[in-house]
Design a protein around this ligand. Structure first.
Ligand SMILES: [Ca+2]
Ligand SMILES: [Ca+2]
Length: 197
């Protein structure tokens, strides 16, 4: 039953003199003034503010998504570098059969039979491998690049360019470096020193 003291007023009004456009649907009591609607300028400003805020939020979302992807890539890249570190940890500096004959693989050796540290010098694994030497096909976007250089036991930070000490020189210590690339760009690099036991 309709309240005798009030009634619903719904109307659309365009006032040419004030350039005011409003849509109202308000319950008005007797003798109560009609609530003023939004002006065209106010509505336009509100739309503009919402639009700017939406664009800013989309930009923030894009930046956050990119940062999350980069962080995930770096985490995965270091995990892959650690797989090589774990794989080579039990290996000696010299080949068990031939001793030190210079850097690199010995005759007929493959990834399945690499048995000393410098066998990994110059090796590239794509798809990358895990610590059990198995390919990680689901991470085929990544590549492991391994370099091994001799270092002096008294200067473990030396020979950074790999040219200061000839690879034909046995020093009793080696630096292993693993560079992890994703889609051709380096995502992480990990180096460590191995000394003769
Ligand atoms: Ca070997
Ligand atoms: Ca070797």
């Amino acid at each position: 039953m309709e309240d005798s003291r009030s009634k619903i007023i719904s109307r659309t009004r365009f006032d040419c003199r004030s350039f005011q456009f409003d849509i109202q649907g308000v319950k008005r009591r007797k003798g109560q003034n009609i609530t003023r609607g939004f002006s065209l300028v106010e509505a336009a400003m509100a739309i503009a503010i919402v639009g700017v805020s939406f664009v800013a939020l989309m930009q923030l979302w894009a930046v956050c998504t990119q940062q999350n992807r980069i962080a995930s890539d770096v985490t995965t890249a270091f995990m892959l570098a650690e797989q090589i570190q774990e794989l080579t940890a039990p290996l000696p500096l010299n080949d068990p059969a031939t001793g030190f004959m210079g850097f690199g693989t010995e005759l007929a050796e493959t990834i399945d039979t690499f048995d000393d540290i410098d066998d990994f010098d110059g090796q590239t694994f794509s798809p990358p491998i895990d610590a059990a030497r198995q390919p990680l096909l689901e991470l085929s976007a990544y590549t492991q690049r391994v370099t091994v250089v001799p270092v002096n036991g008294t200067d473990l930070d030396g020979n950074l360019n790999g040219l200061a000490i000839s690879k034909s020189t046995y020093t009793g210590a080696m630096r292993v470096t693993v560079s992890i690339e994703r889609d051709g760009r380096e995502a992480a690099r990990l180096s460590w020193i191995r000394v003769d036991r």
